[in-house]
Design a protein. Structure first.
Length: 275
């Protein structure tokens, strides 16, 4: 399973988003990949024209992370940027990458979190410099094929522009001790409200409301259900849940694992187009 925010937890997988039928099929872009001993993939990237930098390419990562060193070197950070009080692991917050280049693929205004992720730091010590993680905000723009034998990543632009979900999400979560969020991902609408009490350490989040006539209602989700995973992604927090739903394209049927009356059940939900 892919665990949201557990972005270094397992073997990588192929993520495919369809090309629109009314568009001419663009030429594929070939990118060399390095298969590390840990089975993660490493790629060379340029940030704002600087680099190349060696980073983890992780299809399980809902966000892109850049080390504080590279963020400064590539001028991602404003000159007056300062770390928040009590910030851990060099965390500075989210900033846009004006241009992110992976081989011949180039994406503009890619949101990225600036922090020295402890797992990346540990890998760097064992496997050589690694300066962050390239995740969903970049790769969602492409239909991808991984060829492990050729050590090659094939990228084909699909026309999808993922929205920046972090600012909206954090504003929701920081609002109170008992985090609650209406799951309306930037590209899709699910119609469910989830919550998790501050001291709740059990797996999953609680479904507090299901909107009448919504995709969640059509899929059989009910208030009181314990939502455990969405499309193979753990939903152990409101943040996990939001990011898991944001990773599912509108109109795509997603498997959902819940616990109801003490028993686990599998449902399928087809989110609708959002904004």
């Amino acid at each position: 399973m892919k665990r949201a925010l557990g972005m270094l937890g397992g073997l990588l997988l192929v993520w495919c988003l369809p090309v629109r039928a009314d568009e001419a099929k663009p030429k594929p872009i070939k990118v060399p990949i390095e298969v590390l001993k840990t089975k993660h993939l490493a790629i060379q990237v340029k940030i704002n024209g600087k680099g190349p930098y060696r980073m983890i390419f992780d299809t399980g990562a809902p966000v892109t992370l850049v080390s504080s060193k590279v963020a400064k070197d590539s001028e991602m950070l404003p000159k007056d940027a300062k770390a928040p009080p009590l910030a851990l692991f060099g965390a500075m917050g989210q900033f846009p990458i004006q241009t992110l280049e992976v081989g011949g693929a180039k994406a503009n205004k890619v949101p990225a979190m600036v922090m020295d992720h402890p797992a990346v730091t540990t890998l760097s010590q064992a496997l050589g410099p690694l300066e962050g993680i390239v995740g969903f905000p970049f790769f969602a723009r492409y239909t991808m094929t991984l060829d492990y034998e050729k050590k090659e990543l094939m990228l084909v632009p699909n026309g999808y522009e993922p929205a920046d979900i972090m600012q909206t999400l954090m504003a929701t979560i920081v609002g109170g001790k008992n985090a609650e969020a209406n799951v309306l991902a930037p590209a899709s609408v699910w119609g469910v409200v989830v919550q998790k009490e501050e001291k709740d350490e059990e797996a999953g989040v609680t479904v507090s409301q299901v909107r009448a006539g919504s995709a969640a209602a059509a899929g059989g989700l009910k208030a009181g259900d314990r939502l455990l995973t969405i499309d193979g992604r753990w939903t152990d927090s409101v943040l996990d849940c939001y990011l898991a739903t944001a990773a599912v394209k509108p109109g795509t049927v997603a498997p959902v694992l819940i616990r109801r009356d003490g028993k686990e059940m599998k449902l399928t939900i087809k989110p609708r187009s959002g904004f």
